[in-house]
Structures are given as structure tokens and as C-alpha cells.
Design a protein around this ligand. Structure first.
Ligand code: ADP
Length: 392
């Protein structure tokens, strides 16, 4: 028996889960938000009990220290050495990493080299653990790894080839741990013959779709960075790239400023002017807000167009699956998406079956040729599984 912690260090947040392996029992979990800002919020759940505290946590080192201390104070461990392995969610693995690896000096260097493409906080988590728990095995689980099976026809951009060679400018794709987990789970349910061509829709605050053939990714919507693809909570997704230079000139913004605007002020938030949160958008639509409706319809159109494109690339579709915050919870969005597809594809929503949240379920009718499923994602479990496997 081993205790494994999965850690997800974002720019101002830290999420963790502790599992007893190999039984895969979740024994503690928690979240620290607003790291480096006044009034950070620390929530921890252990022994069926949830506690929240507001305090000032200046940096990731303090955040991780606090998490480890709380594991002691909640009786999860009596000595921190009981945590045998730590798995980190690492956003970018470049072309080198198509699977999870044990972190050594070389891996740390590689992650650092890629850090201009991904949040540097990922590496901070690794370094803090190096200091506090030097004996623990650390494993990197890359968000890009699952997508490394894409062929050049899907991952190359139509730019001068030399920039691929010089800078590695290509599509990498993200949310790979999630797409990998949910498509594998659906293939277990349906059997490999009935799940050769899956379109996986990870719709959360960030969102991406993946086309998966015989369990391998052949295309995905996020690109060189997570800004590409479908419209998201605050990200624009794909837009005419000339808009960047035009807006930069008109609004007297640097190119970085415009890129930030596309990342943080666009998407559902930008169009609706209300919120990046789909629940708020749904409520505003109920109140008759036209811009919320427009934002939602644009979102649905982009998801549906991608599904249509991937159906062509896959040579047909056996199943479409929904996962992540919106995919697992928004009955309304799932209905809009599937009913939009109904005119063009042999697909039919079972409205009663669709009336579920956060659980595994088939939501298409028995006569629907394309099956539609909700499969809750669990990236933390994948991180713990990979960490346990590689430790051994
Ligand atoms: P992240 O990408 O930050 O991990 P999540 O996967 O948690 O995000 O997804 C967050 C999104 O899920 C938000 O837009 C939120 O509104 C949406 N969501 C969560 N619960 C519901 C719900 N009951 N109905 C509609 N949308 C929901």
C-alpha cells in the first residue's frame, strides 16, 4: 500500500488529492485559491469532513507546506515520509514527452525550457517538493502527451516550415490526460469494436475537443497554446489572426496585451458581458438577455462545427462524449449541441436520460446510430495511477 498525492499547481491556485494505491481510494483532497493575493482560501476535505480557512498565503512553497501540514493535522499521515510519490500535472511536454515520466534533473530542465509556453507554476510545485520531501518519487503527467499520436497533417500549421524546425511551432493540444481517461473509459463500456471513432468534448472553463481513432488521438482543437480551438469561458478560441495586429494598433496595446485580452476577457465573458461561467449565462438567458443567448449560440455552433469536421476526419462517428464542468453538468448545453447535430447526423438525444449531472450515463436514444455519453473526468486519478505505476 502506498500514499500518492496528485498536485496541480496553477498560477494562483493549487489543487491536491491523496490516494491510497493500488486500491485507488481517495483519502484527502483540497484546493488553495488566490495564492499571492490577500485572503487566500484554503479548503481541505478529509475523513468526510470539509474545512475552509481564509489566510494570506504568499507563494506556492507556503501553499504546499500548508497542504502537507494539514495532512498531518487531519491524521492522514503521521510522518510526511509516508507519501511515497507525488504526481504533477505538467501543462507542456513538447514533442519529447508522449507519456508520463519520473522527474529527474533532465526532465526538470526540459520542463523549464518549455515554460515560456506554459505556466511556470508547474515547475514551482516540483521544486518545492524537491526541498520539502526529497525522498518522494516525483512524476510528471503531461497535458500534451495523449495528443502526441497526431500526424503532421493535423499538427502542422500552414506557416513557413522553418518555424516548426526552429521553434517547434505546431499544434500540441491540451487536456490530454482528461481526453485519454474518458475515451479509455468509454471504450471499456462499449467494447473496442463499437468505439473505434470517438469525439471527446471536454467542456469546462477551458474547453477542447479530441478526435480519437482506436484509442489514439488524431486531432484536437487546442493548438500551440490553449488559446486555440473552440470558444471558452474567457478565451476567444480561433479567430482571424489579423485581428491581433489591428486591435493592437487601434487600442494602443502591445501584442502581449491583445493576447491577454483574447485569453482573459473574451469567450463567453467577452460576448455576453456578463460572466465566463455557464451557469450565469444560462440564468441570464432565462431572464431574456440577448447577448447571453448569442454567446451561448456561438459556443454551440463552434462545438458542432468541430464535431462535423472530426466526423469527416474519423470517417464516421461511433460515439460522442461530454466531460468536465459544462459537459458533465449542463443539461441545457448538451441538449442544444445534440439537437443541432440531429438534422445532419444519425443522432438522437434522449431528453429524459440527459436529465443528469456528474455521472456516467448514455444520453442518446436506443435508435440513435451515434451514441452519446456523459463520462465524468478524473485527471487526478490518472496522475495517481501513473505515479504509482512508474514508482514501481
Ligand atoms: P476548469 O476548466 O476550470 O477545470 P470546470 O471543468 O470546473 O473548469 O468547468 C467550469 C464550468 O462548468 C463553468 O463554466 C461552470 O459554469 C460550468 N458548470 C458547473 N456546474 C454547472 C451546472 N450545474 N450547469 C451548467 N454549467 C455548470
Amino acid at each position: 500500500m502506498s500514499l500518492i498525492m496528485s498536485l496541480n499547481s496553477g498560477s494562483s491556485s493549487l489543487k491536491f488529492q491523496v490516494f491510497r494505491m493500488p486500491a485507488e481510494v481517495l483519502i484527502a483532497s483540497g484546493l488553495i485559491e488566490r495564492i499571492g493575493l490577500p485572503s487566500s482560501v484554503f479548503t481541505v476535505k478529509a475523513n468526510d469532513h470539509e474545512e475552509s480557512a481564509t489566510l494570506d498565503i504568499p507563494n506556492h512553497k507556503e501553499a504546499i507546506r500548508l497542504v502537507l501540514e494539514s495532512l498531518k493535522s487531519h491524521g492522514i499521515v503521521s510522518d510526511l515520509k509516508e507519501i511515497a510519490g507525488i504526481g504533477h500535472r505538467i501543462v507542456h511536454g513538447g514533442e519529447k514527452y508522449s507519456a508520463s515520466v519520473v522527474i529527474n534533473e533532465q526532465v526538470e530542465k526540459d520542463i523549464e525550457l518549455l515554460s515560456d509556453l506554459a505556466p511556470p507554476a508547474n515547475l514551482l510545485g516540483v521544486r518545492v517538493i524537491d526541498e520539502i520531501l526529497p525522498e518522494a518519487v516525483q512524476v510528471a503527467v503531461f497535458d500534451t502527451a495523449f495528443h502526441q499520436t497526431m500526424e503532421p497533417i493535423s499538427y502542422m500549421y500552414p506557416l513557413p516550415y522553418e518555424y516548426y524546425e526552429k521553434y517547434g511551432i505546431r499544434k500540441y493540444g491540451f487536456h490530454g490526460t482528461s481526453h485519454g481517461y474518458v475515451t479509455k473509459r468509454l471504450r471499456e463500456i462499449l467494447g473496442s469494436e463499437n468505439s473505434r471513432r470517438i469525439i471527446s468534448c471536454h467542456l469546462g472553463n477551458g474547453g477542447s475537443l479530441a478526435a480519437v481513432k482506436n484509442g489514439k488521438c488524431v486531432n484536437t482543437t487546442m493548438g500551440f497554446t490553449p488559446l486555440a480551438g473552440i470558444m471558452m469561458g474567457t478565451r476567444s478560441g480561433d479567430i482571424d489572426p489579423s485581428i491581433l495586429a489591428y486591435l493592437s494598433e487601434k487600442e494602443h496595446l502591445s501584442l502581449q496585451g491583445v493576447t491577454d485580452l483574447c485569453n482573459k476577457k473574451s469567450g463567453l465573458l467577452g460576448v455576453s458581458g456578463i460572466s465566463s461561467d455557464m451557469r450565469d449565462i444560462e440564468n441570464a438567458i432565462k431572464d431574456g438577455n440577448a447577448r447571453a443567448k448569442l454567446a451561448c449560440d456561438m459556443y454551440v455552433q463552434r462545438v458542432c462545427s468541430t464535431i462535423a469536421a472530426y466526423a469527416v476526419q474519423l470517417g464516421g462517428v461511433d460515439a460522442i462524449l461530454f466531460t468536465a464542468g459544462i459537459g458533465e453538468n449542463s443539461i441545457y448545453l448538451r441538449q442544444l449541441i445534440i439537437e443541432t447535430l440531429e438534422d445532419a447526423f444519425p443522432i438522437e438525444l434522449d431528453r429524459t436520460a440527459n436529465n443528469i449531472r456528474r455521472k456516467e450515463a448514455k444520453i442518446s436514444t436506443t435508435s440513435s446510430r451515434i451514441q452519446v455519453w456523459v463520462i465524468p473526468t478524473n485527471e487526478e486519478l490518472v496522475i495517481a495511477r501513473d505515479t504509482y505505476r512508474l514508482m514501481k
